[in-house]
Design a protein around this ligand. Sequence first.
Ligand code: SF4
Ligand code: SF4
Length: 136
Amino acid sequence: MAVSKRIVLHFPRRLVDRPIVYRLIKDYNLEFNILKASVTPEEEGLMVLQLSGEQKDYDRGIKYLTENGVRIQSLSQDFIRNEERCTHCGACITICPTGAFELDSVTRQVYFDNEKCVACGLCVKACPPRAMEVHF
Ligand code: SF4
Ligand code: SF4
């Protein structure tokens, strides 16, 4: 069975300059698309990937990463909306490059689909009540 998941990889400082993810293609038959990559002030490497392949290869690839000290989170856990803060003002709708926010014309509520989120971070600053929270 084929799977395709968006995940966040955290690399400890000692691994930042090693080509760890490239072995996912060569040794584990996986394909990936890098959605975001950065080095945090603590010099931890952070990469958001869309990782695709057969389930068994995916599982082996994840095992390889974790055994090498890479911490993995699922992306959907990382960008969340604080529902108590959201005022449904709609400021995030036009700024989101992937259309993750949608206005229901009947209820006038803004819905957030985190499956569409690619972690660009634009909505965090654009949201007046700071309802969008990053949990990297
Ligand atoms: S900008 Fe913030 S408050 Fe406004 S709809 Fe979007 S998430 Fe809600
Ligand atoms: S982080 Fe970027 S892609 Fe994700 S919901 Fe916010 S604006 Fe859209």
